[in-house]
Design a protein around this ligand. Structure first.
Ligand code: BGC
Length: 759
């Protein structure tokens, strides 16, 4: 009743104030400065703050705006621009906002700085393959330093969508298939972008996206429905968002798609209920590109005003580019003045983000052109890109030590158009990356070649077309060489947004090229260039070695040379399984066991395929090394301090190498079926030949908690099995512990970090 009365009172005051003034509610929820602004803003100015306008989607970022656009800024008609860049042009824009608009509210400048700004790092799925939090944090720190030097305050990253279906092209943009790994990567990236203090001029606001289940569209088709169980949503897809929220992410973006019919941009239960209500997320929420207007296409809003009301009520603060909030919300508010409440909250959150970035105190802090000149593509940034790239590559196969190539490897025919394709190395979100900054795979292999290695090149075939006319020349070159480095896979525009594929084999031209090269009988080392796991059974069978190089960014070539010539031992690990065939996806190592577990050897009615083994071609966590590691016994104890596990790992090979020690959990008996294995910890260690180190894992009982309902996870009494090893399919030692019932937990189990120590 009270609510009703206040709604009427507000409607009356809205009319009394005239159409341009908006009485404020919620002023107490914000800082004095933000509250004061909220009191003074007109309705038009409030709606303007919710509007994010596009500076331009092309590579020539349109940061110098037209006079009309500048007038809009003077009127307070826009809160943020995306796809803009440049310390100097943005300084002028900011100056107009701060000096020539009535309230002097600064603008927010945003861009998708996803895997680098000018110094482009490996694509996120490759970054995930490092299993290294310091790499994730350091790369995003550098990205933030460069982006902020170019006038940017806000990135739409990290993308934390868990993805188990490689048909979905955006699998390239995230941390892979596992909620634990994904949650760790999300938190580390937020820390890197945002640094210690958002008010520093070299930090930018991070955005965890796309809340909540964008990575599981039906059929792998981008933008499609996520029709998933509540358990999967809370146990698999939401934990990385929780981890990002706990790490202090300043913003989140809602997904384009719907979950079981409820578009995420209008999902009040999930945004207001779970994200803000239960998790206490108090940052800013932005819709995805035009997604507010697209609520009409979803069929949940009849018109733009209704679409705006739905999104605002659900908890979306800023409208990316659809202009619904700025142009159409007024009609919705006149019909339902209670929306004024939501409006004030949204404006307050946007102003708070600006305040946290220090923009009210020093709006020009992000526009020091000298910093822009010195920081972009700085030498130490490139050096980190090279080091991270070496740790991103995953050695899938290495028969008879085909790699590394040492002195005396002779004539090496590097074959494939991707060997010289700089654009592809820049990957899916290249921000300000330029092809001329990239050292290509071929350039790297040539420059790094040791004595006695002669590098030759033929294009053979390009993944972008079906032209096979170059294959004959490539075959002739291969025949004249001692061995072949065959660079095949996908070009950059085969993965990424709206780049879903129904077929996970390599493009036809790449398969034809590979077949022809294998026919020569020469030793073949495959360098796989890809943004997604591909089905590569032929390569797996016929190649001597396969190095999955993903797309590596500006230092692709030198990093590849480091691995191929043995300067560095490969240490990347798959963050997602590679399938044998398209029909086997989506797949995960952590499926439930089934009442009729798959028995691949018996022709029985079990949970298997009749035409394929059910195992992946290369499993989650897989990645070979040039060295070997032995594992001691996994020692477990459980006491008041929690669950402690430790294992000795020894480098039994004859060279320095990194191992990624992986800890998996299995709850064999519970009130619901539990996954066959769940990653619960990992640690990358460097070991000299013969060196042994002990890795300790510390867990708490809440890490075994099972989702019961939103906000309640049950910690059951009973036995837990732990396995430690080199991949999800290469477990070396096991131990069990008994856990007492610990009641319930509110925290998603996979979002809790396992502390590790190395001795
Ligand atoms: C993507 C988002 C991105 C936005 C702005 C959308 O199409 O889905 O991930 O942040 O564009 O570029």
């Amino acid at each position: 009743m009270l609510k009703f009365v206040s709604a009427i009172a507000m409607a009356a005051s809205l009319v009394a104030c005239g159409p341009t003034e908006a009485p404020s509610t919620h002023v107490d929820a914000f800082s004095p400065r933000v509250s004061d602004l909220l009191e003074r803003m007109t309705l038009e100015e409030k709606l303007g703050q919710l509007h994010q306008a596009a500076g331009g989607r092309s590579r020539n970022l349109n940061s110098r705006l037209t006079d009309d656009e500048l007038d809009r800024v003077r009127r307070g008609g826009v809160g943020s621009y995306l796809h803009v860049a440049g310390a100097e042009p943005l300084a002028e824009l900011q100056r107009v906002a701060v000096e020539e608009s009535r309230l002097g509210i600064p603008l927010l400048f945003a861009m998708d700085v996803v895997h680098g700004y000018r110094t482009i790092f490996p694509v996120p799925i490759a970054m995930a393959s490092t299993w290294d939090e310091s790499d994730w944090e350091a790369a995003t720190r550098i990205s933030a330093e460069e982006a902020s030097a170019s006038g940017l305050h806000w990135t739409f990253a990290p993308m934390v969508d868990i993805a188990r279906d490689p048909r979905w092209g955006r699998i390239v943009e995230g941390g892979g298939s596992d909620p634990y790994l994904g949650a760790r990567m999300a938190a580390a990236q937020v820390a890197g972008y945002q640094g210690e203090d958002l008010a520093q001029a070299d930090t930018i606001l991070a955005t965890a996206k796309h809340f909540g289940a964008y990575g599981v569209p039906t059929g792998g088709r981008d933008y499609g429905t996520a029709d998933l169980s509540e358990r999967s949503l809370y146990e698999i897809y939401l934990p990385p968002f929780y981890a990002a929220s706990r790490a202090g992410a300043g913003s989140m973006m809602t997904a384009f798609n719907d979950i079981a019919g409820v578009p995420s941009t209008a999902n009040e239960t999930l945004i207001d209920g779970t994200l803000r209500g239960r998790w206490g997320f108090d940052g800013m929420i932005v819709s995805d590109w035009n997604a507010v207007a697209e609520l009409i296409n979803h069929g949940v809003a009849d018109n733009r005003a209704e679409a705006g009301a739905l999104a605002l009520r659900a908890g979306v603060d800023m409208d990316m580019t659809s202009s619904v909030f700025v142009n159409d919300l007024r009609v919705a508010i006149e019909a339902d003045p209670e929306l004024l409440d939501d409006l004030d909250l949204a404006v307050g959150r946007i102003l708070t983000a600006k305040e946290q970035l220090g923009l009210f105190d020093d709006p020009m802090a992000y526009h020091q052109t000298a910093r822009e000149t010195s920081e972009l593509l700085a030498q130490d940034h490139r050096a980190l890109a090279r080091a991270v790239s070496t740790r991103s590559m995953v050695l899938l196969k290495n028969e008879a030590d085909a790699l590394p190539l040492g002195e005396g490897a002779g004539r090496v025919a590097v074959i494939g158009a991707l060997a010289t394709d700089a654009w592809t190395q820049l990957g899916s979100w290249r921000a300000q990356g330029r092809p001329e900054d990239v050292i290509t795979l071929l350039d790297g292999l040539e420059a790094g070649a040791p004595e006695g290695v002669d590098v030759l090149h033929a294009i053979g075939a390009d993944p972008a077309d079906d032209d096979l006319s170059g294959i004959a020349e490539a075959v002739a070159l291969a025949e004249s060489a001692d061995r072949v480095v065959l660079v095949v896979g996908e070009g950059y525009d085969m993965s990424g947004e709206a780049r879903s594929r129904s077929d996970l084999f390599m493009p036809a031209s790449q398969r034809a090229l590979a077949d022809a090269i294998f026919e020569t009988g020469k030793p073949v080392i495959v360098i796989l260039v890809t943004g997604r796991p591909l089905a590569i059974p032929d390569l797996a069978e016929r190649a001597d070695a396969i190095l999955n190089a993903w797309m590596l960014g500006v230092e692709a070539g030198p990093a590849l040379a480091d691995i191929v010539y043995g300067e560095v031992s490969p240490s990347g690990r798959l963050p997602v399984s590679f399938p044998r065939t398209t029909g086997a996806v989506p797949y995960s190592y952590s499926e439930f066991p089934s009442g009729r577990p798959a028995d691949p050897d018996l022709d029985r009615d079990t949970n298997r395929y009749h035409d394929q083994p059910i195992t992946p071609l290369y499993p989650f966590g897989h990645g070979l090394s040039y060295s070997d590691f032995s594992y001691g016994e996994l020692v477990a104890q459980n006491d008041a301090a929690g669950i402690r596990l430790s294992v000795d790992v020894t480098n039994t090979g004859d060279r320095e190498a990194d191992e990624v020690v992986q800890l998996y959990m299995r709850d064999p008996l519970a009130f619901v079926a539990r996954p066959q294995l769940e990653l619960r910890g990992y640690r990358r260690i460097t070991l000299m030949p013969g060196e042994q180190r002990t890795v300790h894992f510390h867990l708490i009982p809440a890490q075994s908690a099972i989702f019961e309902r939103p906000g309640s996870w049950r910690i059951e009494a009973g036995e837990l099995l732990f396995h430690v090893g080199s991949s999800s399919a290469d477990l070396r030692s096991s131990a069990s512990v008994h856990v007492e019932s610990g009641g319930t937990s509110e925290v998603p189990a996979t979002a809790i970090e396992t502390r590790t120590e190395v001795e």
